[in-house]
Every structure is written in C-alpha cells, then in structure tokens.
Design a protein around this ligand. Structure first.
Ligand code: ARG
Length: 458
C-alpha cells in the first residue's frame, strides 16, 4: 500500500511507478533527508505536537534506518517513489505505526527543498575548498617560475612577452571570483524551507526557527510558496559552476596547446597523462581535454534547469523532480576535475628555456621599439608606422629586431641609438610594464601579496 494510497481504488500501473520514481538518483539525499527528519521530530516534541516517547521511538528508528541505508542493508524501492517515502516506509517497518507521526506538519514539498539545500550547502564548501587548492597550485608554479618569460598572445598571435607567473596569476584571480561567488551564494542556499508544508504552511503550532537553528541554517524562507516552488539556488549554483568550468576549460586549452610539439612550453607529469593504444610515441593531455569537454555538460544542466522552471505555475510541480540529476552531476563533475587539477598543475614541468627561445624569435618587442621612439620625441602614430617598416625589413632579411645593426636602424630613424639593444631584450620589455597589475616582476610580486591575502581570508 502506498503512503498516499487512501483515495485510490487500484494499484498504480508498474510503468507509472518506474516512470515517476526518483529513488535511483535521490537516494544520494538519504543522509540529509534523515538529518532533516531528526530535527523535525525533535521540534514536534518540543512544541508538544507529539509525545516525548513517540519522538524518542522515531529518533531511534531514524538512526537505525540511516545505518541500514549506509551499509546497503535497506531495500529502496521504486514503488515507494523517492527517498522521502522510502525512508518513511523503512521507519514504519522499524518502529511500527508511531513512525507515521513523523510526517505531521510536513510535506514532501518542503522536505525535498530542505534536502536539496542541505546537500548543496556541503557541496559548495567542498567545491570552494577544491578550487582554493587549484589556486594554490597555480600560485606555487607562479612563484617557482618568477623569472620565466613567455610570449603573450592576442588572436593567438605573438603580441607582447609576459612573465609566466603573470599568466598563472591571471587564473588565480579568475578562480578567486569563482570562490567568492560560491561562498556568497551560500547565504541564499542556507535558509530553511521546512514548515512551508505542501505550499501554504501548516495548521500545527510548529517552530520553524527551532528546526532552522538545529540544522545550522542562517534563517528561514519568508514565504511558504516561494520556499517550495523555487529552485533559483540550484540555477545559481549551475551558473557559478558553468563559470568555473569555463575558466578551467580555457586553462585546459592552453595546457593542451602548450604541451604540443609546436609550442613545447610545458610537459605534464607522466602520472597525469595518458598514451595511445596504437601510436607508441604518444603522450596525451587527456585530463585537460576531458575537463574542457565536460564543461559542456555543466552548461547543459544550467540551461536544462532554467528551461524546466520557466513555465511552472506556483507552487510545487512534479517537473521539479528534474532538479536533482543535473545538480548531482555538476557537483561530481567539478569535484572530479578539481581534485585532479591541483596535482596536475603542481607536477607540470615548465620549460622556461623553450619559452624564452620563443620570445627571442619573434617581434613581440615591437611595441617597445615604438614606445622608445615616442620617448625620443616622435608622435606614437608615426613611430608605429616606422616600426612597422622595420619589421617588414626584418621579415625580408630573415632577422629579428635585436639582430639589426645600428646603421640599419638609423636608415629608418636617426633617433635610434645603441641603448635600443637593452630596451628590446625580453626581460627589459617585461619589466618596462611597471604599472599596477602589469607584468613587470615587481608588479607580479605585488599580485602574490594580494593573492596570499585572499587565501588567508578563506
Ligand atoms: N520526489 C519528489 C521531488 O523530488 C519529492 C516531492 C514530491 N512531492 C509531491 N507532492 N509529489 O520533487
């Protein structure tokens, strides 16, 4: 007999049971569901809604059910639809009809919203901490390679040299905003919907704040309809997760490029690379590729959740059962990616000489030549044109700027003197960008300090 079987004259068709059941995925919520029920039962007792004796029986029964589920000793059935009714059935099996008092003043609608919030609250903390570990791995690589210069790109064309540390720190700050967003979203997740009932509240003299405090919520949801019908906190998480995925994916793309023979800027550790079943020479950056690839499914879950919610009238609708799989999958996808990312970054070999070689064989010091002429009195627009002509000359002669003799320079402008050679070296070019947030070594060191403060705060 179903928990809600009273008004029905026949059993449900088995296909209906299978189709409407969520137990095969919402069993992940078991511990949170029982945690919520324990708090609810205690509140019912404190408010005099059930007797102390009944409350004790329910509490003991719930603890036993929790252990049985944990050890795989409880049978979770489609015919009981979801985790909430499975737990209630198990409780009644354990303690008898008194177990049926647990659901007093409660609906699965506020119960499921509660479970989702409890689950997500833990997941946010865990993902936030994993992200901080990734930040720390980037920070360590930045500090270990403070003098390494590599080409900086725009349009994937060599643009201006930057410090490798500057490049790593860019990601540290991106991930910092992601961490901030996750932790900020906690205050919207951390509100208790319990007591909203099915949609309108309950006729019992419950104490919502008691339950909220017991479960370490900051406060209660102010409106019962809102409490049971919105999943904006799930959307917000999926959106924040999408940004994390996007940032990770950009870094992945760079790692993939950098480990190619064409770039040859880094080598990932053997322990964090894979081979080919056919080509014996291959060493592939599979993790980076897969993290890049899995970003797509996170975006999919975001748009899926938004679409599920957009046409729903207040309050609860069964459509909302679709809120879980995308959330679980996103949490697990991020946990998997982030746990691998920190050690992969930390163990990667940074090939400083190759980076330096690259930056010495390009025209990424051309802006500095133009700026040099400006400092000697030439308007920038004019110096831009002059340097463009010098670059063209170099390309024709198969040379780089630093290969030119002073006489060659002076054919283009008599403002050039021998100090040009110093100005155009990769180190000089980098250190010339001595502006707050720039790539000069001292400015990157300032970023280290700023970031160290951020880690402490978390
Ligand atoms: N399994 C349901 C869900 O995940 C629980 C709430 C069901 N409530 C209801 N009245 N059918 O959304």
């Amino acid at each position: 007999m179903k928990l809600w079987g009273g008004r029905f004259t026949k059993p449900t068709n088995q296909l209906v049971d299978e189709y409407t059941a969520s137990i095969h995925f919402d069993k992940k919520l078991a511990q949170y569901d029982i945690e919520g029920s324990l708090a609810h039962a205690e509140m019912l007792k404190v408010c005099g809604i059930i007797s102390e004796e009944d409350a004790n029986a329910i509490t003991e029964g719930l603890k036993t059910v929790a252990l049985k589920i944990k050890h795989g000793e409880a049978e979770l059935l489609d015919e009981h639809e979801d985790i909430h009714m499975n737990v209630e059935k198990l409780l009644i099996e354990e303690v008898g009809p008194v177990g049926g008092k647990l659901h007093t003043g409660r609906s699965r609608n506020d119960q499921v919203a509660l479970d989702m919030r409890l689950y997500l609250r833990d997941a946010l903390m865990e993902i936030g901490n994993l992200l901080i570990a990734v930040q720390e791995s980037l920070y360590k690589q930045a500090q270990a390679n403070l003098d390494t210069v590599l080409p900086g790109y725009t349009h994937l064309q060599r643009a201006q040299p930057v410090l490798f540390a500057h490049h790593m720190m860019a990601y540290v700050f991106m991930f910092q905003r992601d961490v901030d967003r996750l932790f900020d979203s906690c205050k919207r997740v951390n509100k208790s919907p319990l007591g909203a009932g099915a949609l309108a509240g309950t006729t019992f003299p419950i104490d919502r704040k008691f339950v909220a405090e017991k479960l370490h919520f900051d406060s209660i949801c102010e409106n019962s309809l809102d409490a049971v019908s919105d999943r904006d906190f799930v959307v917000e998480f999926l959106s924040n997760a999408s940004l994390i995925g996007m940032h990770l994916s950009r870094l992945c793309e760079e790692l993939v490029q950098w480990s190619s023979a064409e770039f040859n800027f880094i080598e990932l550790d053997d322990a964090f690379s894979t081979g080919s079943s056919m080509m014996p020479q291959k060493k592939n950056p599979d993790i980076a590729e897969l993290v890049r690839g899995k970003t797509g499914r996170i975006y999919g879950h975001l748009i899926g959740m938004l679409t599920t919610l957009k046409g729903l009238p207040l309050a609860y609708n069964k459509d909302m059962q679709e809120d879980k799989e995308g959330m679980f999958d996103t949490v697990e996808t991020l946990q998997g990616a982030l746990a691998l990312f920190a050690p992969m970054i930390e163990t990667m070999d940074v090939k400083s000489e190759n980076m330096y070689e690259a930056v010495s064989k390009d025209f990424s010091n051309a802006t500095d030549f133009a700026d040099y002429l400006v400092r000697k009195g030439m308007p920038f627009r004019e110096s831009h044109a002059v340097v463009g002509q010098v670059v063209l000359h170099c390309i024709e002669q198969d040379k780089y700027l630093l290969d030119l003799t002073i006489e060659e320079y002076q054919q283009f402008s008599d403002l050039v003197e021998t100090d040009i050679y110093e100005v155009l070296s990769p180190e000089a070019v980098v250190n010339a960008r001595d502006v707050a947030g720039g790539t000069a070594k001292v400015r990157v060191e300032e970023q280290f300090e700023a970031a160290a403060g951020l880690f402490e705060k978390n």
